[in-house]
Design a binder for this molecule. Structure first.
Ligand code: AMP
Length: 568
């Protein structure tokens, strides 16, 4: 008898979970299923996605629901459309042999269609807070008979700004309901909801609170701003079998990094809110099926993605909120597998990173950007493992000739295969200098400059006070002459870096001209222009970022190709 049977779950449910191959309950299921089957008390469960929490609340609810009744008895709220569909799919698979109906309701699809779905009289509704509220307002959805209210990923729902919607729903469901709150972190906002709307809640936690999950190794590497892209590239090259999400702060940055990687032939794609729902679905599907190895995503867009076997999470830029850092990292190291979280940090982000470390008590070890020797070794090792372990049907896979291998040793053959396989990496790195570590002085001088500037939030590399002041005066004059708006408080600026500076005879007018010529017909706001000896920073309205990246990177200045990147 397995534990599921001992809990007294019905034959129909047992059969469904057996068909799914669940032989024993997961940790969270062990803690919640017997509790929910026997107690009416509310429940707060600290658990990440991937721990089996859908079955943890789903199975007992399915067991207890009255299928002869046609009103909605259970309401599951979750933050995103994708998660909503995932939960609905899981619940449908657990309820496969039950005569029960469930319905998923979420934004981005026709509300009228979803209202029609209510005509089937579902006993369980799974929805995003916004859409559930809309349906309540229209009087289409009735929740006055709810017995179980599940708040899944409560912290996410609150950080996505669904507080009011959640409160309305909590107010409108009967006081006698049982509320089950699942959250990866116990943020202040979550605590407030729990205090205000839950009674005597039983608390359980799976894994560590504010999840420093044991099988995740946390690493960080400090890289100069202008070397970040290549640093990232080296990290990817040193992990040839990587299956990873690279987290960025903005849509533009994630698209830019994905473009950079795709141009270099990496199996990568972008996931962010500027893509249509259909494009996002497509990218997520490709990534889930591992047709794409690397996903470059914003925090919000990655929320709906449920993947359990990521080898790495890479923080390309740090979030402001330490909990977001924990959430990102928790995407790897799931389902008992080992995972690695790597934060790529600019010197100016050291302070922020320190705050994240303190707030989360994560133990991080510093690493260096892989050298070319390390990269080649890693590639060779991965290829060797593949050669040794590949399985194929020798009868079906027939080649046209039987080669004469008498004049070649095994070692020579091995070298030749490796040469074919590694030649392009070998060629690429032959003339590349390794990326040297950022030493202590560089790190602290960056911090000093920042604090002297009175805590200016904008991170800048290689800052020099005097230059900055001159540049700003200069900029104001130039912008005036140029008929541009100058720095407009409402403009969302992207800061760029390109590879030419004073040494290349670059000056403000030339930079303004380059921007003007490459945002033709448009009036892109231009912010600060900061020209250094060998390179230049400038700020332009983010709406023109992609346009500039496309155009600049095809230009030459005095015969030298321009290379434009997004700085932070
Ligand atoms: P969840 O945390 O609900 O997203 O579940 C994560 C994954 O674990 C899903 O793919 C479930 O199908 C799977 N799962 C849930 N419970 C079990 C179990 N008892 N045994 C094996 N797999 C499970």
């Amino acid at each position: 008898m397995n534990l599921f049977q001992e809990y007294g779950l019905s034959e129909d449910i047992l059969q469904a979970i057996q068909e799914l191959g669940y032989s024993e309950p997961t940790e969270i299921q062990k803690q919640t299923i017997p509790f929910l089957l026997t107690q009416n008390e509310d429940l707060i469960a600290l658990a990440q996605t991937g721990t089996g929490k859908t079955a943890a609340f789903g199975l007992p609810i399915l067991q207890m629901i009255d299928t002869s009744q046609t009103n909605v008895q259970a309401l599951v709220l979750c933050p995103t459309r994708e998660l909503c569909l995932q939960i609905a799919k899981d619940i449908a698979s657990y309820a496969k042999h039950l005569n029960l109906r469930s319905l998923a309701v979420y934004g981005g699809s026709l509300i009228t269609e979803q209202i029609k779905g209510l005509k089937n009289k579902p006993q369980i509704v799974i929805g995003t807070p916004g859409r559930v509220n809309d349906m309540l307002k229209r009087g289409a959805l009735k929740i006055n008979n709810i017995q179980w209210l599940v708040l899944d990923e409560a912290d996410e729902m609150l950080s996505m700004g669904f507080k009011t919607e959640l409160e309305t729903i909590l107010e409108e469901t009967p006081k006698e309901r049982q509320t089950l709150l699942f959250s990866a972190t116990m943020s202040k906002q979550v605590e407030k909801i729990a205090k205000g709307y839950m009674k005597g809640a039983q608390k359980i936690s799976v894994g560590a609170i504010n999840a420093v999950i044991k099988n995740i190794t946390h690493k960080f590497v400090v890289v100069r701003d202008r070397q970040k892209n290549n640093g990232l590239r080296r990290i990817l090259d040193a992990n040839p079998d990587i299956y990873a999400i690279i987290f960025c702060r903005t849509k533009v940055e994630s698209q830019h990094i994905a473009d950079f990687l795709m141009q270099q032939n990496y199996s990568a794609d972008a996931l962010h809110g500027d893509l249509s729902q259909a494009q996002r679905d497509n990218v997520m599907k490709k990534f889930r099926l591992k047709h794409v190895q690397i996903l470059v995503a914003t925090d919000v867009a990655a929320r709906g993605l449920d993947v359990t076997d990521l080898t790495h999470v890479i923080h390309f830029s740090l979030p402001d909120d330490p909990e977001v850092f924990v959430h990102r990292s928790g995407r790897t190291g799931r389902a008992g597998k080992d995972g690695e979280s790597i934060a790529i940090i600019r010197p100016s982000e050291m302070g922020k990173f320190k705050r994240i470390k303190e707030a989360t008590s994560i133990k991080v070890e510093e690493m260096a950007i892989p050298t070319k020797e390390e990269i080649l070794r890693a590639k060779e090792k991965s290829m060797y493992e593949k050669l040794r372990n590949i399985n194929f049907n020798e009868e079906e896979f027939e080649l046209s000739q039987t080669p004469d291998l008498t004049d070649i040793t095994k070692e020579e053959l091995y070298k030749k295969i490796m040469y074919l396989e590694l030649k392009s990496v070998w060629d690429f790195y032959q003339n590349q200098k390794d990326i040297s570590p950022v030493d202590k002085d560089e790190r602290s001088s960056e911090r000093d400059t920042r604090s002297r500037k009175g805590g200016n939030r904008r991170d800048r590399n290689d800052r020099n006070d005097r230059n900055d002041r001159n540049d700003r005066n200069d900029r104001n004059n130039r912008n005036g002459r140029n008929g541009r708006n100058g720095r407009n408080k409402n403009t969302n600026f992207t800061r760029f870096f390109f590879n030419l500076g004073k040494r290349d005879n670059i000056n403000k007018i030339k930079v303004l001209d380059l921007i003007n010529q490459n945002t033709k017909g448009a009036k892109a706001d231009i912010g600060e222009i900061d020209i250094r000896d060998k390179f230049t920073f400038f700020e332009v309205d983010s709406a023109y970022a992609n346009q500039l990246l496309n155009k600049f990177n095809n230009l030459k200045f005095n015969g030298k190709p321009l290379s434009l990147e997004i700085a932070q």
